[in-house]
Each structure stands twice: as C-alpha cells, then as structure tokens.
Write a new protein. Sequence first.
Length: 215
Amino acid sequence: MKNSTGEIIADLYHRYPLLKICPVAAAVEEILACYDRKNKLLICGNGGSAADSLHIVGELMKGFLLPRNLHEDKQMKIKALFPEQAGYFIDHLQEAIPVISLVNETALLTAYANDQAADLNFAQQVIGLGMPGDILIAVSTSGNSRNVVYAAQMAKVQEMKVIALTGRSGGLLKALADVLLSVPADETYIIQEYHLPIYHTICLAVENELFGGVA
C-alpha cells in the first residue's frame, strides 16, 4: 500500500479516534485484490444504509478527488470507432471502479417481494450477479437485517468475500464477515454518522491506489 494511502487512513483515525478499532486498511486491501482479479463490488442496505449504498457507488464509479483519464488504449479505440465524437468522450468520460448497488432495482425488488419473499430480494441479486472473487459490502447498523444477512450468506455460496459495516455488536453479520467494520455505537443514527467517514476513506484510499501517484 502506498504511503499516501496510509496517510489517508491515518487521517480518518486522527479525525475520529474512536474508529481506530475498525480495520479500514484490511477492507481497502480486500477491495484492491478484488479489482486486481477483475472482479466487482456489490452493496446492499436498508433505509439510510440503502442511501449509503448508493453514495458509495457514486464515489467509486466516477472520479472522487483524483482525475481518472481513460486508458490510452481505450482512447485509441474511441478515436478509431467514433472520430467525430472522440474529443467529447475522451474529455468527459472517466475510468470507473466497478460497483453495483442492489437497492435500486425497484421492479425486481417489488416483483420478488410479491412473488417470492421480500427478505430474499438482495440474496436473489447476489445469486444472479455475484461471481467468485467478487465482494459484497453488507451495510446494517444492527448487523441483523434479515435481507442483508441472507445476502451475505449467499455471497458465501457464490465464493465471494464479505465486508460488513455494522454497529458495536456486529450482529449476525459478524460471523459472516471477512472484514468487520463495527463502529463503537449503538444508536442507529450515530452508527450511520460513523459509517460515512469510513466508506469515504475506503473510497479515497482505493482511488489513490488505482489512480494516484507512486508514493
């Protein structure tokens, strides 16, 4: 891991000393290994944690703080295939870090809840989208949300890793997580307040490793 990435993580702990118990570097390393394998992230959560899932997608699928110019070979293909629009594409498109939120497929979620079982809606998407080597980021303040726990169980079936963002106890996700980020709080809103700087730091660190300088 780059020194500058270590500094990003250290800054989190400086600003939020209580979060030193959370192994953020381990989560970053798992995600980097996932992308090195050409795999992807899946993310799920309920309520505010669903919003967090979408927030994480927004930080990873486009530039967060760093420029992410398209790779040279991709630029050349664009120029060859679409010469009239190449300048526009190259100037505005960015390299993405592949991640899919499982919370926004409204038609699928409502159909599955009506036809099968509402608490299996995330698990069904993990079965359909998850591949060996992918990672599920499971966000649950209690660690016990049934649809999130079931998704984590199916992630294991699909030979995926699980990174869990939870509250103090870790709940049922504790036993399923390869990396457990259990923040030292019990009230839902406080847990969510701690989750945000953690996943912001993870996004910053991953981006820095993939698109930052050498140091």
